[in-house]
Design a protein around this ligand. Structure first.
Ligand code: C5P
Length: 240
C-alpha cells in the first residue's frame, strides 16, 4: 500500500526537500516535485531525490502547443521521472504527441516509461468560477469525465482529480486507468486550505490509484510516523 502514497515536497530549498526525502524514502512510494521546488532548485533536484532512492512525480502541469509539450516530455523522460503531468485542456494532439514521444524515448533508452497524467479541472475552481471565468457551462464533474476520456483516448495513463470524482472517472475509464488524488486528510490532520477532502481510507475505497499528501506529512513533527500512520489507514480499506 505504501507504493500508492506520493508525498508532495512543497518546500523551496534543496536542503528541506532532501531532509524530508531522507526521512521518508522507505515509507512512501514516490515524491512529487512541483513548481515551487523545481523553480527554486532547478532540474538537478530530480536526480538528488532519485539518488536517495525515491521515485519522482514531476508535477509541472505542462500546457503549450503540441510540439513544445511533446519535446518537453522527451526531456522529462530522459530524466527518468516516474510520473509527470500535462493539462488535458491542451487538447488531443498535444496529449497524443507527448504519449508517442515518451514511448519512443523510453524504448530508445530501455527504461521504464513514465506515467503521463492529465490535469482536468483544478480543485480550487468551483462551479461559479468554471462557468463565469473559465467559460464552460457544464457541471464540473461532466467536464472532468470528458477530459479523462480524451486523455485515455490520446494514450495517457491517467488523470489527477479530486477524490470526489474518482467514482465517475472509474466508471468512464475502467479499472486500469490511473487516478491520482490530492485533497487527502486523515481525521487527525487539519484540512488547511483544502476544501473538499477525503480520508486516506475512503480515497482507497473509492478506487484511487495514488494518493498525494503534503502538509499532513511534511508539517508533522515526525514525518516518517505520519506517513506510516497514513499507510496503515489506507490498508484498513482492504479489510473494511
Ligand atoms: O499539503 P496538501 O496535502 O494539501 O498538498 C496537496 C498537493 O497536491 C499540493 O502539492 C497541491 O499543489 C497538489 N494539488 C492539489 N489539488 C489539485 C492538484 C494538485 O492540492 N487539484
Amino acid at each position: 500500500m505504501k507504493e500508492k502514497l506520493i508525498v508532495a515536497l512543497d518546500v523551496s530549498t534543496r536542503k528541506e526537500a532532501l531532509q524530508l526525502a531522507e526521512k521518508l524514502w522507505d515509507s512512501v512510494g514516490a515524491f512529487k516535485i512541483g513548481m515551487q521546488l523545481y523553480n527554486s532548485e532547478g532540474p538537478d533536484i530530480i536526480k538528488d531525490i532519485q539518488e536517495l532512492g525515491g521515485k519522482v512525480f514531476v508535477d509541472l502541469k505542462f500546457h503549450d502547443i503540441p510540439n513544445t509539450v511533446s519535446q518537453t516530455s522527451r526531456v522529462i523522460t530522459r530524466r527518468k521521472a516516474f510520473m509527470f503531468s500535462i493539462h488535458a485542456s491542451g487538447g488531443m494532439e498535444m496529449m497524443k504527441k507527448s504519449a508517442c514521444a515518451v514511448r519512443e524515448v523510453s524504448q530508445e533508452l530501455g527504461i521504464m516509461k513514465p506515467l503521463i497524467i492529465a490535469i482536468t479541472v483544478l480543485t480550487s475552481i468551483n462551479q461559479e468560477v468554471f462557468e463565469n471565468e473559465v467559460g464552460i457551462e457544464k457541471p464540473i464533474e461532466e467536464q472532468v469525465v470528458n477530459w479523462a476520456r480524451l486523455a485515455q483516448e490520446a494514450g495517457l495513463d491517467g488523470v489527477v482529480a479530486s477524490p470526489k470524482e474518482i467514482k465517475a472517472i472509474r466508471n468512464a475509464c475502467g479499472p486500469d486507468f490511473v487516478i491520482v488524488t490530492p485533497g487527502i486528510r486523515p481525521l487527525w490532520a487539519t484540512s488547511n486550505d483544502q476544501k473538499r477532502v477525503m480520508t486516506p481510507k475512503q480515497a482507497v475505497k473509492e478506487g484511487a490509484t495514488y494518493l498525494v499528501v503534503g502538509r499532513p506529512i511534511t508539517a508533522h513533527p515526525n514525518p516518517g510516523e505520519a506517513a506510516r500512520k497514513i499507510v496503515e489507514e489506507m490498508e484498513e480499506a482492504l479489510y473494511a
